[in-house]
Design a protein around this ligand. Structure first.
Ligand code: PHE
Length: 352
């Protein structure tokens, strides 16, 4: 190869090396082997040479052209490799990054208790009923043998709703679930009215009514919003003995403790006579030995039975009202009721 051809090949290699991308590389290529590129021009010049010179010069130009094409091919490959590497880098996946997990949710501890109460009483043949939290004065008090201006009304520090219906009814945020006794009994009486007219006996009422209740009260063991679960069992021949059996069975199942002791302590409620507070005593564990109050109860007062639309001469039974929040505290060893209603995820997560 002659001197001039060598320098053209060198110039081509330098131009290719400078090309930073395929488009620039093709531009550079055109300067050497394109239609009016330097090699192409030299080829055109061969026409003026003698046959002998054409041969040697032509071979030399061809050799130079091949060297340029080899350099071009090598640079094309280099650029393609670099592009691929860039893409791989850009689309890289860090498989060691922790994934996005959806944390499993869970029920609130009091909801767990309510579900547990419902399951246990359902297994004893109790229906589960739901009712309004804004109640009429009649349902919350009067129907439950607690007439206006009776001192027993102050047993509950009630929230009154600043609203009076066209019918003159006063409303309150129910201070207990006991109004559900009367509401459910009314539904029951309505449901079986035709059967009773036809001379058939009224089926027993067996129901629990869990739900939110409200009182003007707030400290470590009282919250203005709390939960109660009412129970009612009425029939022709339902006695205090049945209450003892049912409630003992419930407590032992709820706390999974066969040697749990129960005590029925005489008390007063306007809607039951006789009335009793129900205390429980664990025989082992951190709470062993202390009597802990868990419910109010009693034989449904004849006036209440009458207000239900039933005949107290033939219908008798008992009612109880327990505190699911209290039961939850005892079951899990929680010492401050407010923790249930603060919504602190660190506390709630423990029950998941
Ligand atoms: N309603 C009563 C209370 O809130 C509890 C209770 C219910 C007592 C049913 C007797 C019968 O304290």
């Amino acid at each position: 190869m002659t001197q001039d051809l060598d320098s053209i090949v060198e110039a081509a290699r330098a131009a290719f090396a400078q090309a930073a991308n395929p488009a620039q590389l093709e531009d550079a290529k055109a300067q050497f082997t394109g239609k009016s590129g330097r090699i192409t021009e030299l080829m055109k010049g061969l026409a003026q040479l003698s046959v002998e010179d054409k041969k040697t010069r032509g071979a030399a130009i061809n050799q130079a052209k091949q060297a340029i094409e080899a350099a071009l091919g090598a640079r094309r490959q280099q650029l393609a490799d670099a592009e691929l590497a860039r893409q791989l880098q850009a689309e890289a996946l860090d498989v060691t990054l922790p994934g996005r997990v959806r944390e499993p949710g869970g029920l609130h501890p009091v909801s767990l208790t309510l579900e547990r109460i419902e399951r246990i009483f359902a297994s004893m043949g109790f229906d589960v009923a739901d009712g309004p939290e804004v109640e009429s004065d009649w349902h919350s008090f009067t129907s439950l043998n607690n007439p206006p201006n009776h001192p027993a009304r102050s047993m509950q520090d009630t929230f009154y709703v600043d609203l009076q219906g066209d019918d003159g009814i006063h409303y309150n945020l129910r201070p207990h679930t006991s109004p559900m006794q009367v509401r459910y009994a009314h539904q029951h009486v309505k449901r079986y009215a035709d059967a009773v007219k036809a001379g058939q006996p009224m089926p027993e009422i067996r129901v629990i009514a869990p739900g939110r209740t409200y009182r003007v009260d707030s400290d470590a063991t009282h919250s203005p919003m709390f939960h109660q679960c009412e129970g009612l069992w009425l029939g022709q021949n339902v006695s205090f003995k049945d209450l003892k059996v049912v409630f003992t069975d419930f407590c032992r199942t709820f706390f999974e403790s066969d040697d749990l002791k129960l005590r029925f302590r005489p008390s007063f409620f306007p809607f039951t006579e006789p009335s009793a507070e129900i205390d429980i005593q664990f025989q082992s564990g951190p709470l062993a030995g202390r009597w802990l109050e868990v419910a109010g109860s009693g034989q449904v007062h004849p006036t209440v039975v009458r207000n239900m639309g039933l005949d107290p001469e033939t219908t008798i039974g008992f009612a109880f009202g327990m505190g699911p929040d209290r039961l939850t505290m005892l079951r899990y060893g929680v010492n401050d009721l407010r923790l249930f209603f603060d919504g602190d995820i660190r506390f709630l997560r423990q029950f998941r």
